[in-house]
Design a binder for this molecule. Structure first.
Ligand code: FPP
Length: 249
């Protein structure tokens, strides 16, 4: 009997991206379509976070970076910001044990020290608790923006030059990479954005130099394991040339 291959079965196990980054977009529209408040969309977005984390871990992805709160998100209405912060804390409270059980290491990138003190403390606690895990690294981009990150890296490099620790002639792209929040983490091979928007919105600008982009109209709360498989299958069909021509690969 002929059997159709499932999306998951069509994934080539030897070519799983080791780092996938996601711009989770469309929570507000998802809620509005249902006649609900925006925060209802964010709450349902947590289900998608859970599903994608599980799927990434099962597939053996090493790093999953999720854009959860940008430095520009402070411009949203105050009640939405407060609801997002409390959703973050309650999700960490309810999920940390599951992360530990599954060997998931929770990490953050961004200016987390400037988050409300209770949020910053909770993140510190959860990242310390899971720091010994050796499965998936779940990296939450919080109070993050790439221009902030690059500016911050430049300031620190400039200080090291003034202190005589680095000579300007020795500054390489590795010097810059290692001073970013993602220092030591490989660049994402695949960046996904949901909800039909086609922009990077200040996310991983330096790290995305050779990333493959996958855009889908699916709104974030509807993004599930199958959608992640679909993105990976699409990624695996691409030819990554890194500036070379096909015949050289
Ligand atoms: C974008 O949708 C989503 C956000 C700015 C927040 C993402 C937060 C979550 C998924 C929940 C909390 C996360 C964790 C990791 C526990 P939008 O509000 O911009 O949607 P819209 O474009 O339709 O208005």
């Amino acid at each position: 009997m002929f059997k159709f291959m499932s999306l998951k079965e069509s994934i080539v196990k030897e070519q799983i991206p080791q780092h996938i980054a996601i711009i989770m977009d469309g929570n507000g529209r998802w809620a509005k379509k249902r006649g609900n408040q925006r925060i209802f969309g964010h709450r349902n977005g947590v289900n998608a976070v859970r599903a994608v984390t599980e799927a990434a871990g099962e597939l053996g992805v090493k790093y999953l970076t999720l854009y959860a709160f940008s430095t520009e998100n402070w411009n949203r209405p105050r009640p939405e910001i407060e609801a997002l912060m409390s959703l973050l804390v309650s999700t960490i409270n309810s999920e940390t044990d599951t992360l530990l059980k599954n060997g998931v290491c929770l990490r953050t990138i961004g200016d987390t020290e400037s988050l409300p003190p209770s949020v910053a403390a909770k993140l510190k606690e959860a990242t310390a608790k899971t720091s010994g895990c050796n499965g998936l690294n779940l990296i939450l981009a919080l109070n993050y923006s790439s221009r902030w990150e690059i500016t911050n890296a430049m300031t620190r490099i400039a200080k090291s030059v003034l202190d005589g620790q680095i000579s300007p002639a020795n500054i390489t792209s590795e010097t810059i990479s290692s001073h970013l929040c993602t220092g030591g983490i490989p660049d994402p091979e695949l960046i996904i954005r949901t909800s039909g928007e086609y922009r990077l919105s200040n996310f991983l600008l330096w790290q995305a130099a050779y990333s493959e982009f996958y855009f889908t109209d699916v709104l974030w709360p509807d993004f599930d394991k199958e959608e992640l498989y679909r993105a990976i299958v699409d990624f695996q069909k691409r030819e990554r040339r890194f500036g070379k021509i096909s015949e050289q690969l």
